[in-house]
Design a protein around this ligand. Structure first.
Ligand code: SF4
Length: 290
């Protein structure tokens, strides 16, 4: 964790009430922890926070999240860096530039949309609209073409009309997410949205949820096979839970790969030929020259 709490008060979310205001950890203590992990043999770190893009703003000596990433990148022995979660309103050009030029920051960005309707986004207090989100996603795709983009979407926020929902479907089709976590809106006592009277009926929400899921899965499966037939670097993480003759690892873009091999590969980054895409994972073999 590089920070705790949140200052955003999205109208459906309880986090700012339960975890308090945003507090960033000192750069020094984060770097010491990364160094310690490296000494223990870790190759990958994930920097966590409710809104990592506003990291460092309230420190005594303010620093940007992008700058923190460049400092973590300098730790030799750490070969992969991931982070989450990014709030679209705070994702800076500086961060895009740092990601683009980095050899270690993974090609995956989780960018919660929540709704594609500008009207609902305003009611949610998200502080961006449909056009701004689409512009940001297009910029990311343009600057970092091999980036995998994933998201969170809430269906059935109070007052959501069919037209609002169609805006969400429109963003999903335009952004072409690699995958998306879809949620049915549920009331959190104590949040502004919980007291709203125009809650959407469960039947309507269920119908929209199913339609959204269908489109998300269709796009996800079309995109999943894009790297089939190529050789990619894979960090091997564990013995496969179903088959002990296989080990499981991840690509930089977070896709899962299963490869024949043993425990000696765990913790290593190896070249893998991605022979076959099986929907949401690949089957591969170790490539020459690993
Ligand atoms: Fe903060 Fe995320 Fe909750 Fe919004 S949804 S208030 S950004 S934790």
């Amino acid at each position: 964790s590089i920070m705790r709490g949140c200052n955003n008060f999205c109208h459906y979310c309880i986090v700012p009430y339960t975890r308090g205001r945003e507090r960033s950890r000192d750069v020094e203590s984060i770097l010491n922890e990364v160094l310690d992990l490296k000494q223990k043999g870790y190759k990958e770190v994930t920097l966590l926070g409710q809104n990592v893009n506003s990291y460092g703003k309230n420190l005594e000596n303010p620093i940007s999240f992008a700058k923190l990433l460049t400092m973590v990148e300098e730790v030799e022995g750490i070969e992969r860096i991931r982070f989450m979660t990014s709030h679209p309103k705070d994702l800076s050009d500086e961060l895009i530039e740092v990601m683009k030029n980095s050899k270690k920051i993974c090609r995956h960005l989780h960018l919660p949309l929540q709704s594609g309707s500008s009207r609902i986004l305003k009611l949610m207090n998200r502080k961006y609209d449909k056009e701004q989100y689409l512009e940001l996603a297009a910029k990311l795709r343009r600057e970092i073409p091999d980036l995998s983009l994933t998201t969170d979407i809430i269906v059935g926020f109070p007052g959501e009309t069919e037209e609002d929902f169609e805006d969400t479907m429109d963003v999903v089709r335009k952004v072409q997410y690699d995958s998306a976590f879809t949620f049915i809106y549920s009331k959190r006592t104590g949040t502004p949205a919980a007291t709203k009277e125009d809650q959407v009926s469960p039947e309507v929400v269920k119908d929209r949820f199913d339609r959204l899921l269908h489109v998300v899965q269709e796009i996800g499966s079309q995109k999943a096979g894009a790297l089939q037939g190529t050789v990619q670097k894979v960090l091997i993480e564990e013995i496969n839970a179903q088959d002990e003759h296989l080990v499981t690892g991840r690509l930089s873009n977070n896709s899962v790969v299963h490869v024949p091999g043993g425990a000696d590969l765990i913790g290593k980054i190896v070249n893998v030929s991605l022979d076959e895409c099986k929907g949401f994972y690949y089957l591969g073999t170790l490539a020459e020259g690993r």
